[in-house]
Design a protein around this ligand. Structure first.
Ligand code: AHG
Ligand code: MN
Ligand code: MN
Length: 355
């Protein structure tokens, strides 16, 4: 009997040790594991990811208290380079990223949805250092109703300066990204990232102040039940997209989910499968979402998870932007679901060519 109890306790102790080890897998340790190196470059990337995690913690803390903190919510009254009314939280979050990266010695430049031109960090700015491209708060329209929002980030190599600071070296296709991810501020705060060796998710343990490994090597199902699109734009779309929506309306097995924040809608699809679409409209064929800090980072992640991201006619990762805030149509998610949407677009262009 005693022997059986010993075995039991040994098993329990082993399980406990494994759980503790899992809980000790913080983001910085995981990055070094992924890079399988302790070189100065690996340490830099680990430190960089830690800075992003710190920014996420500051923003999460502000969001959880936003309703109580004077002046945290609502509009600033200004309009940003996107022509969109800016929320106070957009500016707060944008400044948080600048503050955590200044004096970090890790990045040369920060390019943000909220800044017309990149912010140059003068100190320690050799070529080959990193540039952070980010959307500080994604889904701002959800802020004042306490719904989920996110931050999206992409890390690129600094490739040289240009005279008028238009960051020409930033205008490169998505396959030049060296890391990408997002922070989802939901019931729990999650950080999801990839360095090109799979997609991994961490949950913030506020009592520890650490992001703890939750899911490793996430793969998106080949096909899923969700289609996520703002059907309010139905009559503004090209016929091909309307035909796709009619198809999913008429076929079993599809469910509509649309949260108004790309990060939340993407996160759902990453885990359950399906497709998110923000197509172009007749008036705005390029669509609403921005390539460098929304579509390209998520395209990087979805390809790492075994899915796809397309403009409808081209892989998002191959699109070369002509300007920092360029928009693209976005169809992203499970391979089969993205291909189905593309088939309607291809069919439409075939018919047009044959008329
Ligand atoms: P942001 O808040 O950074 O401007 O992004 C909002 C984006 C994206 O998060 C979301 O999918 C989309 O806008 C929602 O747009 P509609 O309200 O037009 O559906
Ligand atoms: Mn956004
Ligand atoms: Mn934003």
């Amino acid at each position: 009997m005693a022997n059986a109890q010993n075995e039991q306790s040994l098993e329990d102790r082993l399980a406990e040790a494994q759980a503790l080890d899992r809980d000790c897998t913080t983001l910085s340790r995981h990055v070094l594991q992924q890079l399988q190196s302790f070189s100065p470059d690996a340490q830099d990337i680990s430190a960089l990811m830690n800075r992003i995690a710190l920014a996420g913690k500051f923003i999460a803390r502000r969001l959880t208290r936003a309703g109580l903190v004077e002046d945290a919510l609502g509009f600033t009254g200004s309009v940003n380079v996107q022509g969109e009314s800016v929320k106070k939280m957009d500016i707060f979050a944008n400044d948080v990223f600048i503050s955590v990266f200044k004096q970090s010695g890790l990045v040369c430049r920060l390019a943000s949805e909220e800044m017309e031109k990149p912010y140059y960090i003068p100190e320690n700015c050799p070529i080959g250092r990193y540039t952070l491209v980010y959307d500080p708060i994604d889904g701002s329209s959800n802020l004042d109703t306490n719904l989920n929002v996110g931050s999206i980030f992409s890390i690129r190599q600094q490739e040289g300066t240009d005279e008028d600071g238009t960051a020409l070296d930033l205008l490169q296709h998505g396959r030049k990204q060296i890391a990408a991810g997002y922070i989802l501020y939901g019931p729990s705060t999650m950080l999801v990232y990839s360095l090109g060796t799979g997609v991994h998710a961490f949950t913030l343990d506020p009592s520890l102040g650490e992001f703890i490994l939750a899911n490793e090597n996430i793969t998106v199902p080949e096909k899923g039940p969700i289609y996520s699109v703002n059907e309010g734009n139905f009559w503004q779309w090209d016929d091909s997209l309307r035909d796709y929506i009619r198809y999913v309306h008429r076929h079993e097995g599809y469910t509509a989910r649309y949260g108004g924040a790309l990060v939340g809608d993407f996160h759902r699809i990453l885990f359950t499968g399906g497709v998110f679409l923000y197509p172009g409209t007749i008036k705005k064929p390029e669509g609403k979402l921005r390539l460098l800090y929304e579509s390209a980072p998520l395209a990087y992640l979805i390809e790492q998870a075994g899915g796809r991201a397309s403009t409808g006619t081209q892989d998002i990762m191959d699109v070369v932007p002509e300007e920092l805030h360029q928009r693209t149509p976005l169809i992203i998610g499970s391979k089969e679901d993205v291909a189905l949407v593309e088939s309607f677009i291809k069919e439409q262009s075939r018919q047009v060519t044959n008329t």
